[in-house]
Design a protein around this ligand. Sequence first.
Ligand code: HEM
Ligand SMILES: *[C@@H]1O[C@H](CO)[C@@H](O)[C@H](O)[C@H]1NC(C)=O
Ligand SMILES: *[C@@H]1O[C@H](CO)[C@@H](O)[C@H](O)[C@H]1NC(C)=O
Ligand SMILES: *[C@@H]1O[C@H](CO)[C@@H](O)[C@H](O)[C@H]1NC(C)=O
Ligand SMILES: *[C@@H]1O[C@H](CO)[C@@H](O)[C@H](O)[C@H]1NC(C)=O
Ligand SMILES: *[C@@H]1O[C@H](CO)[C@@H](O)[C@H](O)[C@H]1NC(C)=O
Ligand SMILES: *[C@@H]1O[C@H](CO)[C@@H](O)[C@H](O)[C@H]1NC(C)=O
Ligand SMILES: *[C@@H]1O[C@H](CO)[C@@H](O)[C@H](O)[C@H]1NC(C)=O
Ligand SMILES: *[C@@H]1O[C@H](CO)[C@@H](O)[C@H](O)[C@H]1NC(C)=O
Ligand SMILES: CC(=O)N[C@H]1CO[C@H](CO)[C@@H](O)[C@@H]1O
Length: 325
Amino acid sequence: MEGGILLKFLLFTILVFVAIGHTNGQLRKDFYKSSCPQAEQIVQNITWKRVASNSTLPAKLLRMHFHDCFVRGCDGSVLIDSTANNSAEKAAIPNLSLGGFDVIDEIKTALENTCQGVVSCADILTLAARDSVSFQFKKPMWEVVTGRRDGRISKSSEALSEIPSPFFNFTSLKQSFANKSFTVHDLVVLSGGHTIGVGHCNLFSNRLYNFTGKGDSDPSLNSTYVTFLKTKCQSLSDNTTTVEMDPGSSLTFDNNYFSVLKQQKGLFQSDAALLTNQGAKNIVDEMLIAGKFFTEFSQSMKRMGAIGVLTGSNGEIRKKCNVVN
Ligand code: HEM
Ligand SMILES: *[C@@H]1O[C@H](CO)[C@@H](O)[C@H](O)[C@H]1NC(C)=O
Ligand SMILES: *[C@@H]1O[C@H](CO)[C@@H](O)[C@H](O)[C@H]1NC(C)=O
Ligand SMILES: *[C@@H]1O[C@H](CO)[C@@H](O)[C@H](O)[C@H]1NC(C)=O
Ligand SMILES: *[C@@H]1O[C@H](CO)[C@@H](O)[C@H](O)[C@H]1NC(C)=O
Ligand SMILES: *[C@@H]1O[C@H](CO)[C@@H](O)[C@H](O)[C@H]1NC(C)=O
Ligand SMILES: *[C@@H]1O[C@H](CO)[C@@H](O)[C@H](O)[C@H]1NC(C)=O
Ligand SMILES: *[C@@H]1O[C@H](CO)[C@@H](O)[C@H](O)[C@H]1NC(C)=O
Ligand SMILES: *[C@@H]1O[C@H](CO)[C@@H](O)[C@H](O)[C@H]1NC(C)=O
Ligand SMILES: CC(=O)N[C@H]1CO[C@H](CO)[C@@H](O)[C@@H]1O
């Protein structure tokens, strides 16, 4: 009797595990271990090779990954080209300066040559973003679990509504992140991504020339820095010049962004907004300790990489990253 119940229980447990294994393909470490053992090494090799000859790429790939994950989840939808009847995410204004698509294409080509139809573009982007930032350290800076599948939909209208604007105040930033179940802690920590890369003048020059419509500058922006920025961005309409977001170390991934913020030199209103809320401000202070920032950034990135992912039999493995199959 007893043995019969135990056996039934064991069988039931096994069935449940088998069912979970089949239906809910969660992301996991080294998903391609048996299907494409060299996948992650190939991504790292090509990414490192490209970053070695172009140090602006980590910023491009990190931002592209953020944009991918915030619109329809990390499903590679940011990589899809517009077609005659669809305006894709790439065509949205916030995407104007996205770059690094050629790196993803080179990796995809190499992976298709090694193990055809196995590795998703969504995973390639997630790994390449991590590896590009990690090149400087010669070791992976955060864990990436894999098994994402590619989406088939990409809409510019969704990029416009889901990607936070550089003109957002704290309330709107918080709401935009809460929309993805992200906390104020994630918001502050991930904003640290602005420790690398550049921003275009027209996205902040209102803070220099006409903040309240009286030809004034933003009082929350360091006045010494305003003078400097005016030499870079000479008019309100300049949409071609770029400025480093972390002046002096915009090619180095570190926690200097937070020191910059504290000196009231955050480039965008959305950066400066992190000091307008006491809770957020306290987190900015915590991030002034480098070790703390690296640990927290690594954890928030892992969570960002899991937003709305397609797994198991959902989505597809795109043959080319810029077009759906
Ligand atoms: C908190 C809300 C955020 C806002 C409002 C925002 C806004 C922006 C804007 C306006 C730019 C400049 C684009 C240009 O002029 O070319 C930019 C650049 C960048 N962002 Fe963000 N961003 C946010 C969060 C993030 C997050 C979470 C990450 C990644 C973890 C990130 C990574 C980057 C990087 C690396 C660049 C530099 C890109 C380059 O050099 O081309 N941003 N961001
Ligand atoms: C990656 O690069 C290393 C060092 O250059 C090389 O030894 C290795 O064979 C490469 N692996 C793959 C899978 O490309
Ligand atoms: C887009 O338009 C083409 C013809 O211009 C048509 O063949 C195709 O089915 C359309 N695709 C969708 C998704 O509507
Ligand atoms: C580096 O990469 C960026 C982004 O793809 C590109 O715009 C730029 O032209 C590249 N620079 C060089 C020197 O190749
Ligand atoms: C923040 O921006 C939103 C949208 O523009 C606005 O409705 C709200 O009043 C602003 N909040 C503060 C505290 O300024
Ligand atoms: C939150 O998400 C909804 C739908 O997904 C979207 O319409 C709305 O614009 C988002 N709000 C913000 C602040 O991003
Ligand atoms: C500054 O803003 C005010 C009010 O919006 C506008 O009337 C004025 O033309 C602007 N000045 C410049 C130089 O754009
Ligand atoms: C920059 O501004 C000019 C003039 O207003 C406009 O024609 C052009 O499309 C803009 N370029 C970008 C990249 O926004
Ligand atoms: C503004 O910038 C100057 C020069 O970089 C710096 O010495 C000063 O401390 C900054 N002001 C504030 C309020 O942080
Ligand atoms: C990289 C990219 O696709 N950029 C596009 C951004 O949007 C403009 C239109 O608003 C397109 O012309 C760019 O090609």
